[in-house]
Design a protein around this ligand. Structure first.
Ligand code: BEZ
Length: 211
C-alpha cells in the first residue's frame, strides 16, 4: 500500500553496509531520510550516493540520519562502494541497506510495476523524530535527484514544525516566511515580535522567526 504523509514510517530490520539496522531504533530521536536506488553498479545511482556522502555534514547539522537502499546484497554494495569513492571522490559514510528479497521495497511501495517490475524507483521518504512521514518524492530511474532541494525541504519541515509559519515558493533558509492562515492578526502580533506585513488578509509575511 502507498505510504502517505502523516503515516507512521514502517519499521523493519535489514542488513546494510554498516551492519544490521533496526530502522526505528536506528533513527532514535533524529530525523531520517530513506532513499532508494534501482540497482547497484548503475551510473546515476553512483553519482547520487557520492553526492549524499559529500553532503553528509549538512544532514548531520540538521540532525538527520540518511539511509540509502538498493535491492542488491551487502557484498555487492561493498564492491560498489569502492567505485563510488574512486569516481565521486567521496566514500560511503552512511548505511546502504540491502534488500535482496524486496521486503523494504514492498513495505515502502518502491516498486512501481508499470515503470519496472523488478527495480525500485527513486523514492525519498523524510521521517520526523515522531516516526511520521513528512515528505515523499518519487523520481524515475533516469533522473538523478537534487539533494540540495532535499536539504531545503528539510529546513522548511524543521522550521514549520517549530513555528506557526509556512514557506513560500523557492524559499531558502533566511528568507521571509508566511504566517499560517490559522493565526489571527492578534495572535500573529504576539507570536512574531519582528512584526508581519499583510499583503492580502490571507497572505502575511514575517522574517524567519529563528534567525
Ligand atoms: C542509473 O542509476 O543510472 C540507472 C538505473 C536504472 C535505469 C537507468 C539508470
Amino acid at each position: 500500500m502507498a505510504i502517505r504523509l502523516g503515516d507512521t514510517a514502517p519499521d523493519f530490520e535489514a542488513a546494510s553496509t554498516a551492519g544490521t539496522i533496526k530502522f526505528h531504533e536506528y533513527l532514535g530521536d533524529s530525523w531520517g531520510v530513506l532513499f532508494s536506488h534501482p540497482k547497484d553498479f548503475t551510473p546515476v545511482c553512483t553519482t547520487e550516493l557520492g553526492t549524499v556522502a559529500k553532503l553528509k555534514p549538512e544532514f548531520d547539522k540538521r540532525n538527520v540520519k540518511v539511509l540509502g537502499l538498493s535491492v542488491d546484497s551487502v557484498e555487492d554494495h561493498n564492491k560498489w562502494a569502492g567505485d563510488i569513492e574512486e569516481t565521486q571522490g567521496a566514500a560511503l559514510n552512511y548505511p546502504l541497506l540491502a534488500d535482496p528479497d524486496r521486503t523494504v521495497a514492498t513495505l515502502y511501495d518502491m516498486i512501481h510495476p508499470n515503470a519496472n517490475d523488478t527495480l525500485t524507483v527513486r523514492s525519498v521518504f523524510v521521517i520526523g523524530p515522531d516516526k511520521k512521514v513528512k515528505l515523499t518524492l518519487t523520481y524515475p530511474a533516469s533522473t538523478g535527484r537534487n539533494f540540495d532541494e532535499l536539504l531545503r525541504v528539510i529546513d522548511s519541515l524543521q522550521l514549520t514544525a517549530d513555528h506557526q509559519v509556512a514557506t513560500p515558493a523557492n524559499w531558502t533558509d533566511g528568507d521571509d516566511v508566511i504566517v499560517v492562515p490559522g493565526l489571527s492578526d492578534e495572535q500573529a502580533t504576539a507570536k512574531f515580535p519582528k512584526g508581519f506585513k499583510t499583503v492580502k488578509p490571507y497572505l502575511r509575511v514575517t522574517p524567519q522567526p529563528n534567525k
